[in-house]
Structure formats: structure tokens, C-alpha cells
Design a binder for this molecule. Structure first.
Ligand code: ADP
Ligand code: ADP
Length: 232
């Protein structure tokens, strides 16, 4: 059964023609998919449709069997910039979604110690255990990005949306983080939608790679990747 489903989806921003056009696809629960294509092909638009930040002009988007009508609560997100809050420590940045997203928000005070345990366990997985009390300016770019991935996962989302999450990192750090992400995904099997310019990244990480054309963004190729992949 499809977890994310697009039926004949097109989106036109005001009077500018279709930004994305005739997208039909379904993503299984636990699948790792990547979207690649040139800048402007509609990758961010696709992400916003998945998470309910935009509504399609035509067609329908559903997640977990229900049409997406507003901001999706079961997703976590990470972007090219880690966007950590500078006045919060690593630990407190990772805890942030639990202070915002229900049902955790209303339980936050009572369960804080337990939530801190979740955060520490994630930070340990990504190699930041020793850095939980540091502020963002005390972390390298790669460490900040690790923290932002922990923040995206802390509320145990079923869908992880990643928009060029490693785009700002050097090649060595980027490939290290590929392995970190793969390990998290192999352990927890959330569904991942990754958009990236980097074909190698897509092929290394994803089960299925969708290639988008230039405007209007259409899916011009869908490939399953069946190579055995090395683990970190
Ligand atoms: P990508 O993420 O692949 O770079 P986007 O989804 O951001 O692509 O953009 C797809 C197309 O839609 C581009 O031509 C872009 O300029 C246009 N676009 C994106 N957002 C808007 C908007 N809010 N209003 C008008 N056009 C937009
Ligand atoms: P990226 O390629 O990193 O996704 P973009 O330049 O596509 O960055 O978009 C940055 C922001 O500006 C996005 O929120 C997008 O929706 C918006 N945007 C992009 N193109 C346009 C446009 N032509 N008109 C209005 N907003 C736009």
C-alpha cells in the first residue's frame, strides 16, 4: 500500500504556468526515495506538496491513506542550513520539536527526563554525545547538520523530509553523514524523501531515484537501486 501518493498532481504558482506537472507516484512506508534534477525543476515544490505547505492546482496528494489538507504533523524536516537556534545548546535544539508538537508538548514538563534520554540516544548515534552542551557556534558545519537531523527525528516522525541536507558540507563530511543517515534509517525505517542535486548521493542512499525535468518539473525517470550498499 502507498504511504505517500500523488495522483496527476500539477501545481502552478500564480499565473506562471505549471511548476510541476502530472506527477504520479507512490512511496511505500519505510521506503527511501530521492528526487534529483536541476535547480528550479520543482523539488522544493514537491516537498511542500508532500507536507501540506502547498495545495495542488490539479490532482491529489495523500499521506497514510488520507488527503493532505494542511501542514502534516507526522513529518520531520532538515534543510541545507541546519538552522539551529543560536541561543540553545545542542541538546535543547534537538528537544525543540517536543516542546512544539502534540502530544509531546503538553507532556513536556512531566516527561522531560525521558525526552532528554531520547535526545541523548540520538546524539550518541550521530557521534555528538560529547557535544550536547555546546552552542551552535561551537560546532562545525557537519556537527550542526548532525544535530539538525536529530532534531528532525526526535518526535519519531513517520516521514522524514530532507531538502539538500548535505549540500553545504565538504565532500568528506558529506559522505560520513550519508552513512550516519543510512544507519538511522536502517534502525528505524521511517520513510525518507530526499531532494538533492547530487546523483551519487541519491544512488548511495535511496531505494528509488526519481529524476525531474526542467520546468515544468515532470518525473522523467524512475529507477530502483538494488545494489548492496556498504554500511558505515
Ligand atoms: P527546486 O527546488 O527544484 O529548485 P522549486 O520547487 O523551488 O524548484 O521551483 C520550481 C519552479 O517554481 C521554479 O521555476 C521557481 O522559480 C518557481 N517557484 C517556486 N516557488 C514559487 C513561488 N512561490 N511563486 C512563483 N514561482 C515559484
Ligand atoms: P532552492 O533552489 O534552494 O529551493 P529557491 O530559489 O527555489 O531555492 O526558492 C527559495 C524560496 O523562494 C522558496 O520558498 C521558493 O518557494 C521561493 N521562490 C522560488 N522561486 C520563486 C519565484 N519565482 N517567485 C516567488 N517565490 C519563489
Amino acid at each position: 500500500a502507498a504511504f505517500v501518493r500523488f495522483d496527476d498532481v500539477s501545481l502552478a504558482y500564480d499565473g506562471t504556468g505549471n511548476a510541476i506537472e502530472d506527477i504520479n507516484l507512490s512511496i511505500r512506508e519505510g521506503e527511501f526515495v530521492a528526487f534529483v534534477g536541476p535547480s528550479g525543476c520543482g523539488k522544493s515544490t514537491f516537498m511542500k506538496l508532500c507536507t501540506g505547505l502547498h495545495a495542488p492546482t490539479q490532482g491529489s496528494v495523500s499521506v497514510d491513506g488520507a488527503p493532505v489538507t494542511g501542514p502534516l504533523k507526522i513529518s520531520g524536516m532538515a534543510f541545507q542550513n541546519a538552522n539551529l537556534l543560536p541561543w540553545r545548546t545542542t541538546l535543547d535544539n534537538v528537544l525543540l520539536p517536543l516542546e512544539i508538537v502534540e502530544p509531546y508538548r503538553r507532556q513536556f514538563r512531566k516527561r522531560r527526563e525521558e525526552f532528554v534520554g531520547w535526545a541523548r540516544s540520538l546524539l550518541k548515534t550521530v557521534g555528538l554525545a560529547e557535544h550536547e552542551n555546546k552552542y551552535p557556534w561551537q560546532l562545525s558545519g557537519g556537527m550542526q547538520q548532525r544535530a539538525s537531523i536529530c532534531r528532525a527525528l526526535i518526535h519519531q516522525p513517520r516521514l522524514l523530509m530532507l531538502d539538500e541536507p548535505f549540500g553545504a558540507l565538504d565532500a568528506f563530511t558529506r559522505e560520513e553523514l550519508w552513512c550516519v543517515l543510512r544507519d538511522l534509517w536502517e534502525a528505524q525505517r521511517f520513510t525518507v524523501v530526499l531532494v538533492t542535486h547530487d546523483l551519487r548521493e541519491a544512488a548511495f542512499l535511496a531505494d528509488t531515484v526519481y529524476v525531474m525535468s526542467r520546468r515544468p518539473g515532470r518525473v522523467i525517470e524512475r529507477r530502483s537501486i538494488e545494489l548492496p550498499r556498504p554500511r558505515a
